[in-house]
Every structure is written in C-alpha cells, then in structure tokens.
Design a protein around this ligand. Structure first.
Ligand code: 93A
Length: 522
C-alpha cells in the first residue's frame, strides 16, 4: 500500500468546505501547499500552509496562467515511490501525495448571457486539469480529490487508517477525476465548436454529451440486452428523466420510453387531458372536465391496448381517478404533476404500479431541446419537434368550412397525431380519440386501421374528424375516411395531387383544412 499522506496540494476555484478539509488534513500531520486565492483563504483561517511559489522557488506569473506548472509540482505528483527516489533527490523534488483541485468554472462562465470569447478562454483551466490527470494517473501512490462531497470520506479514511487512503478509494477517486476532466474538456469543445462559423452552422462540429447514469436496468428492450438510463444533469423540464418515483418496481427500459411518449403527449394539451400509451404510441387520448372524465374517454378508445399501458395526466392524480384506474385495468406506470395523498394510498394497494410525480418541475416550461436517433456508426441530430400551428394559421381548402365543433376536434386530433408514429391517422370526436392508426408504411392502411379499431371497440366513426401527420399522396385515404363517415380532415397539404385530394373531400361533403406543417415521427 502507499505511504501515508504527508503533503497535499490544494488549489480550488469552488472553495466550499475547503477550510474544514484543510484543517482536517493538518490534524493528520499533512503539510499543505496552495495557490494564490486558496492560500490566502487558508491563511486567513489560521491554517498552516505554504504557497506553491515558495515551494517551487518560482513566482506565480502571467496573471496566474502559470502557477502550478512546474517540475517540482508535477515531479512530486508523478514520481513512482521507490523507483524514482534518486531522480527526485537529484532535482530537489519532494513527493506530493494528495491533490485537491476543482477547476475554473468554465460551464458557469459560458452560461452567462454576457460572456465574451475572451472570458471563456481565460476560464479554460490548464494547470488544474494537468495536476488532476497527473495525480489520477499515479493513483497507485497518490489521492486525487476533485469534489467537495468526497472530503468527509477522505478524512474518514485518514482517521481510520492511520493517515492512509485505501487503494480502492484512490482508484475510485481517479476514475472520478478523469470523468471530471473529460466533462470539462467536453464543455470547452462544445462551446468553441458552436463558435465556428456560427453564422451558417447551427450544430457544433463535435458533440460532447455528458449524461449521468440514473439507473441500471434489469435488461433493455429485450431480456438479452443489458441497459441503463442516463439523464441530462441540466434537464429542468418536467419529464420521465426529472420525475420522482413515489412507488413501484424500478422502471424498465420500455417503461421509460413509453412513459416519455405518454407524458410528452399529455404535456401538449392546455385542457385537462389523459394519454394512454402502448408500444410507444398513444392508444387513447382524451380531454375532459375532470381527470377522471379524461381517463374514462381515453380508456374507451381502445381498452384492449390500454391493458398494461402507461397512463399520463397533465393535472394532479386525484383519488377518484386513481381508484378508477386500479379497479379497471392492469397499468404499468402512472405519471402526473402531483399525486394527492388519497390517490397515493389507493395506488399503494398495487405495489407493482410505478407512480411518478413530476410536480417539482411543473408547470411545463418548454426549453429548446435536441432529438437524437441512432444509426449504425452515428447519430442523427435534429431540433425537437416543438412546432404547433394555431387556429389562425389553418387554411380551409374545401368548399365547406368546418363547424365550430369540428374545428375543436380537428385541433385536438392534430395535437394527438404529432405524437403518433408515422404514418399517423387519428380519428377523433368531442375531445376523444375514436381510432388511432400508427406506424404503417402506407397512409391508407393507417386510416383503415383507425376505422377497424373504432369498430372493434364499438365506437361509432360517423361524425368524427380525421388528422393525418403528413399529406395524402392520393385520394384513396380520403375516400376511405368518407366511407367511414368522417366529416372533417386536418392535414399539412403539399402533395402533388392536393387538388385530387380536395376534390375527394368536396365530393363527400368533407371539410378540409391544411396546416402547412407536418409532424413525421419515426
Ligand atoms: O491558469 S491555470 O491554468 N494555471 C495554473 O498553473 C494553475 N494551477 C492551478 N490555473 C491553475 N490552477 C487553478 O487555479 C486550479 O484548477 C483552481 O481552479 C484555481 C485555484 O486558484 P486560486 O487558489 O488562486 O483561487
């Protein structure tokens, strides 16, 4: 095992807890070296400390750009104890057994709206990461501490192990140290990458995703695939990533994916709404006067698929709704912005149900976000589909204009269609999905499926409206809708054969509006 910690170098930007930690170190007989600001703080607190410049015999120069970059520092950190002793003695290098460093606050600096390129550059720490990496590399002999949350653990070990830090802890801290510097360089590359040709390049040249592991999973999409869930540590929007789990088995891979689909969809509504998702698609969506009314209607769309589904609300879960769900169906996940105590107690009768509360981040404030799609060997990156047309942006293209009720249903169906996998067809009536056709390779089949589902569940299609996530390439989709009794259609328009499609609508007395915006979702 390594020698006891005799000398430590402390150089921190974030000075949280450093005084107490330094004092603790001196109580174990550790000699302290420190840089300008850290040195002064320790001195003010009557802690025995020596300035790095005194140790090296070389002053801190260039406004601090060169303070610890010296062979007496790096030799002291990197020396292999036993093996390099002679060369150390020859060059008057004494060992440094512990390095306590956190870096210039680059991310916080560039997050400030008035940050200039010069500010950013000055906040690129060079000496800090150099020491961190040197010390982490030499963890067989040395201890690197980059996070104030580890101070107590280190002092605890010194106390328990007669001034030593265990090999396991030194190794663990070294891993954390490299994670720290990797994240740091990632943030710099990200920031500078965005500056390059910023005028015509929206996306940076390289992507550095720093994600923190939230949980390991028993398995992935299938039992033979291992999996874990990583989240963006900056995420503030209410989501499956920021949700608080109130009860239930750990979320599975498919649970997370489906909960995301359900909750992102229900967030799109300003009215009280409920979304039930199965296999990444909404199988029932409804708005209602109460959460229970919305749930009843959403469930009625497709009770068969709702079995084992994920249920999302955009209002707190109340007792009557919780009771209705538990009495009626097998449910994997319920997610809502708040859960009443009574509702929580009711769900507690089914311990396997995963109950997620997103109220900590509610109301939903949409942040600009990116979407990623993996392809073999790469990643497709795009802005999230945050587009949504308003009523005034709709163009009536049919002879008959939609009625007020039809317009409301068209707006509702359009909102749902955005969250259904393409080709997406949604039949809706009075704030309720009547049939959903998802993920078909041809639009006309999605339309047929929406109709079949409605018929199978005993819902009558006549009088419903239809939304299509992209334009109809041919009139057959409209003909099928007309045969089913659809009275109004919302779609982006923009097909070569738009006129043929409009003619089909007019022949059937269908009102049709164009959105001018499509919502593919694959
Ligand atoms: O400007 S630096 O890249 N040059 C250095 O030689 C150096 N050594 C330590 N920045 C350097 N540091 C950083 O100074 C540390 O990483 C730490 O964040 C900060 C502590 O400075 P002070 O003790 O003066 O507050």
């Amino acid at each position: 095992n390594a020698t006891p910690v005799r000398r430590a170098l402390l150089s921190v930007s974030d000075k949280t807890g450093i005084v107490e930690f330094a004092r603790g170190l001196t109580e174990h007989g550790v000699e302290l070296l420190s840089t300008g600001g850290t040195f002064r703080l320790l001195q003010e607190n009557a802690i025995a400390v020596k300035e790095v410049s005194e140790h090296t015999g070389f002053p801190e120069i260039m406004d601090g750009r060169v303070k610890t970059l010296h062979p007496k520092i790096h030799g002291g950190i990197l020396a292999r104890r036993g093996q390099d002793d002679a060369v150390m003695a020859e060059n008057d290098i004494t060992p440094i057994d512990m390095v306590v460093v956190n870096l210039y606050p680059f991310a916080a600096t560039v997050a400030k709206p008035d940050c200039t390129l010069e500010d950013a550059i000055e906040n690129i720490d060079i000496g800090g990461p150099t020491m961190v990496r040197a010390c982490a590399k030499n963890h067989a002999y040395t201890t690197i501490v980059v996070n104030s949350s580890d101070y107590a653990r280190v002092l605890g070990e010194l106390a328990a192990q007669d001034g030593h830090v265990s090999r396991a802890t030194r190794f663990d801290l070294a891993v954390k140290a490299f994670e720290h510097t990797a994240g740091y360089d990632g943030a710099i590359a990200d920031y500078l990458g965005r500056k390059v040709d910023a005028a015509d390049e929206v996306f940076p040249r390289t992507f550095n995703l720093q994600l923190d592991k939230k949980q390991d999973m028993r398995y992935g999409e299938n039992p033979h695939q291992q999996a874990a869930f990583y989240i963006d540590p900056q995420a503030r929007e209410p989501s499956v990533a920021t949700a608080k789990m109130l009860q239930g088995k750990p979320l599975s891979y498919n649970n997370v994916a489906d909960t995301d689909a359900a909750f992102e969809c229900v967030k799109a509504f300003s009215e009280t709404a409920c979304v039930i998702v199965k296999h990444a698609n909404p199988c029932g969506v409804a708005i209602g006067a109460t959460p229970l009314a919305a749930y009843d209607k959403a469930f009625a769309t497709d009770p068969t698929s709702a079995f084992g589904g994920i249920i999302a609300f955009n209002t707190p879960l109340d007792a009557e709704t919780a009771q209705a769900i538990i009495d009626r169906q097998f449910v994997e996940v319920i997610i809502a912005p708040g859960v009443s105590d009574e509702a929580a107690a009711i769900v507690a009768n089914k311990q396997n149900v995963r109950l997620l509360d997103v109220s900590a981040h509610w109301p939903a404030e949409q942040q600009p976000a990116l979407d990623f799609k993996r392809v073999n060997g790469g990643l497709l990156v795009q802005e999230r589909d945050d587009g949504m047309v308003t009523r005034d942006e709709l163009t009536v293209v049919s002879q008959r204009a939609p009625s007020e009720q039809e317009l409301r249903d068209l707006a509702f169906a359009w909102r749902v269609a955005k969250f259904v996998k393409s080709n997406a067809i949604v039949y809706a009536k009075e704030g309720q999905t009547v049939g959903v056709g998802a993920g078909q390779m041809s639009r006309v089949y999605s339309a047929k499926i929406a109709g079949i589902k409605a018929a199978d569940e005993g819902l009558s299609v006549p009088g419903s409206v239809m939304a299509s996530d992209a334009f109809f390439p041919f009139r057959d989709g409209i003909d099928a809708a007309a045969a089913a009794g659809i009275t109004a259609v919302i779609q982006p328009g923009g097909s070569m054969r738009d006129q043929e499609v409009i003619d089909a609508a007019n022949e059937a007395g269908i009102a049709m509006v164009f959105t001018g915006m499509r919502h593919f979702r694959h």
